[in-house]
Design a protein around this ligand. Structure first.
Ligand SMILES: *Cc1c(COP(=O)(O)O)cnc(C)c1O
Length: 399
């Protein structure tokens, strides 16, 4: 391995860069998780996560990966044999489906080409046809991290309400929360699933479930087996600021600081920043003459951009050259997209110059890998970031 100087560019769409402030906040002695000092921290992070999810209801915090929080949503709200509708938006939707199958759910998986968010009309058609209400839940991925396409939970909620279908709405926002606008209560989501290492700017290790009253009631009535993930046991312990088992104390210190940082910036500004960085990145891709994987304008993600390479060019070879030459990690293509795409993460702790460094590395890497492209993607992105100033001054210089 070559020796690199300066800072590594971690531009995969999660885990993301952890701010120094968060790292310092976690650099604490581990304390008694049943003592008074911890109680204060516990209450603070529970309240903070209610603000992040925009919910008045409890948020359950697990020491787990996002996958654990996926499983938690299933084992609390659903039972073996329950029929659910899921949308195949990409690899993460597929992995959640695979867990559902392991728990013997009867999954109706709506197929797609992985180039758009969930098809709300197709979901609505399934609900409409289900006159005796056998469907217990609709499960979608808010930000499909394998493709860079978003789905629209509030549109699914509107469909459920219009059809008067009682199914639960369950949403994976593992890479959406903290980077894209997300409103658990206002959008009528019953179970929201999240993780710490994407938009929330933390290391991996925390999983979250936000829950509606309806989801809590479903879990209460659910007699199927669960233990570690049981919402009601955790909520009961949380009322006194503790957990039924040892929580991830030091990650919780980091979580508290990460939410302070987001609130200093303002959630609306956090979301606008991600949207703008997504626009600038897509401008660069278009200028290079390459194709963005997501092909529906309304479904473009502000958290990441997946870029297709022309036929005959291996995206992993390109990624390897970028890593060796510029010390930058880009996201790989997952499952059927392996070798076909690379993913640029622009979520979490990020700013304009980090994006410009990232896109410069991509543009230089395209040259090194002999991928047919036009130069000028970086300039096109600068134009978006500056509102056209880069192009104007270039014209002046030419004149
Ligand atoms: C990262 C991710 C997951 C999986 O989370 P892990 O922490 O790796 O278990 C699930 N869904 C989405 C949308 C993700 O981005």
């Amino acid at each position: 391995m070559a020796v690199h100087t300066g800072r590594h560019f971690l531009q995969i769409p999660g885990p993301t860069n952890v701010p120094d402030r968060v790292l310092r906040a976690m650099d604490m002695p581990t304390i008694d998780h049943r003592g008074p000092e911890f109680t204060e921290l516990g209450f603070a992070v529970m309240a903070a996560m209610q603000r992040v999810f925009q919910t008045k209801n409890p948020v359950i915090i697990y020491p787990s990966s996002g996958t654990g929080a996926w499983e938690a949503a299933i084992v609390n709200a659903l039972s073996p044999g329950d029929k659910v509708v899921m949308a195949e938006t990409g690899q993460f939707a597929t992995l959640w489906r695979n867990i559902a199958l392991k728990f013997k759910l009867d999954v109706d998986f709506i197929a797609s080409d992985w180039r758009a968010g969930a098809d709300v009309a197709a979901i609505a058609a399934k609900l409409d046809a289900d006159k005796d209400h056998r469907i217990k839940a609709v499960m979608i991925v808010h930000n499909e991290t394998s493709t860079g396409c978003v789905s629209h939970p509030h549109e699914v909620r509107k469909a459920l309400d219009r059809i008067k279908h009682p199914a639960l709405l369950m949403v994976d926002t593992i890479s959406g929360l903290g980077s894209l606008d997300y409103r658990h209560d206002a959008w009528g989501v019953d179970v929201s699933v999240a993780g710490s290492q994407k938009g929330l700017m933390l290391p991996p290790g925390l999983g979250f479930n936000a829950v509606s009253d309806k989801a809590l009631a479903a879990a209460k009535a659910n007699t199927s087996i669960r233990s570690y993930w049981d919402w009601h046991e955790i909520i009961a312990a949380n009322t006194s600021g503790s957990w039924p088992y040892t929580p991830a104390t030091n990650l919780l210190y980091g979580l508290k600081e990460a939410v302070v940082m987001m609130e200093e910036e303002g959630f609306a500004n956090v979301f606008a920043r991600h949207t703008r960085h997504g626009e600038a990145t897509r401008a660069a891709v278009r200028a290079w003459g390459l194709e963005v994987l997501c092909k529906v304008e309304a479904d473009h993600s502000g958290a990441l951009t997946a870029v297709m390479l022309p036929e005959g060019h291996d995206a992993d070879h390109f990624r390897q050259l970028v890593l060796e030459n510029f010390d930058m990690s880009l996201g790989t293509g997952l499952a059927k997209l392996k070798g076909r795409i690379f993913r640029i993460g622009h979520l979490g702790h990020f700013n304009d110059l980090m994006l410009m460094g990232t896109l410069s590395g991509v543009e230089m890497g395209l040259g090194l890998a002999n991928v047919p492209h036009r130069q000028g993607g970086v300039l096109a992105a600068m134009d978006v970031l500056t509102g056209g100033q880069a192009a104007q001054s270039k014209q002046k210089a030419v004149a």
